[in-house]
Design a protein around this ligand. Structure first.
Ligand code: NAG
Ligand code: NAG
Ligand code: NAG
Length: 298
């Protein structure tokens, strides 16, 4: 953290001195600066954050090709190798115990960051596609319809979703489920059996530190969240460049995201410059443009 603090401290200082601010992203009219966490190899699968230690888990494949499941400690600024598992795709962290659930080709593994030991946990013959931990594990299976939960050594299907092929999903603070299927976002309200169409725009989905639901439009670079008073989407802001692909929120509710254009993993921190987001182009060519109030060279 020290290095990042020095880095961000310096850039904040420069900002004050020169009156310029780097707006790599603009959320709620505040500029964010990006710092690179990882580059050189494409990463795949989900990102997950242990918000107690502020560690982000991910997977990459090198040129050999060899699979690596690793973590980056944002607090101590260092990489960690996760022992006992190479390939993985799905990832979720139980914030109460800090245990990371990691979906490999053969079921779910559990990594304990305190003992630094990975053990096989559940579902030994299934390839897990996507996971989220909220009181229990929610998961989908590769090339298989439906959403399932796992707790107390038991798997159960979410009955209302058994006919949907689910590409991405989240469970928010109200235990409502939002999921992408067939290029459409659907919603299943807690306790209901009827699925409704939420949006026909393609988003990637994530939740923040308080389990608020967020939606990222990769092509336009827009970031949206649910306004829980109206149940509708509201624009939070936009990423300034690239193609924000997978996004997670860390312990300070700052965004960590994978840029699908450059294959780099970034960490955004507020630098408190002011900015605005405007639309450029139309329809499929629409892009969000981030500009600082003080300069035009972003
Ligand atoms: C955990 O074990 C792996 C493999 O032995 C090692 O590379 C890594 O540095 C260890 N991590 C920590 C946090 O001690
Ligand atoms: C998968 O595992 C379950 C339980 O461990 C077992 O009942 C089932 O037969 C296995 N399926 C395959 C295809 O190996
Ligand atoms: C996906 O949506 C398209 C049009 O929106 C529809 O024609 C098609 O039948 C759907 N596919 C499935 C598998 O539901």
């Amino acid at each position: 953290m020290k290095h990042l603090l020095i880095l961000f401290g310096l850039s904040a200082l420069t900002t004050v001195i020169s009156g310029k601010s780097h707006c790599h992203a603009c959320f709620d009219s505040i500029c964010y600066s990006k710092a690179r966490i990882f580059q050189n190899y494409p990463i795949s699968g989900q990102l997950a954050v242990d918000r107690v230690a502020n560690v982000v888990y991910f997977h990459y494949e090198d040129t050999q090709p060899l699979d690596h499941t690793v973590a980056f400690d944002l607090h101590d600024i260092r990489f960690l190798n996760i022992p006992g598992i190479q390939f993985s795709f799905a990832r979720a962290v139980d914030q109460a115990t800090r245990e990371a659930y990691i979906g490999g080709a053969n079921g779910i593994y559990k990594y304990n960051p305190i003992t630094n030991v990975t053990t096989h946990f559940a579902l030994n013959n299934k390839t897990i596609w996507h996971m989220q931990f909220k009181d229990k594990i929610y998961y989908t299976i590769f090339m298989t319809k439906g959403l399932y939960t796992y707790e107390k050594k038991q798997s159960k299907p979410v009955v209302a979703l058994k006919d949907y092929t689910i590409d991405d999903f989240i469970v928010d603070k109200r235990d409502d489920i939002y999921f992408m299927s067939n290029f459409t976002v659907y919603k299943l309200k807690k306790g209901e059996n009827k699925v409704t169409i939420f949006s026909t725009i393609i988003y990637s989905l994530t939740t923040d530190i308080n389990d608020n639901a967020y939606f990222i439009q990769r092509d336009t670079r827009g970031l949206y969240k649910i306004d829980y008073r109206t149940g509708r989407l509201t624009e939070v802001g936009a990423f300034g460049s690239g193609s924000p692909f997978r996004t997670v929120f860390d312990n300070f509710n700052n965004v960590i995201y994978y840029d699908g254009n450059s294959d780099e993993l970034f960490y955004l921190t507020p630098n408190y410059g002011r900015c605005k987001v405007t639309d450029e182009g139309k329809g499929r060519k629409l892009k969000k443009k981030v500009s600082s109030y003080f300069d035009s060279d972003i």
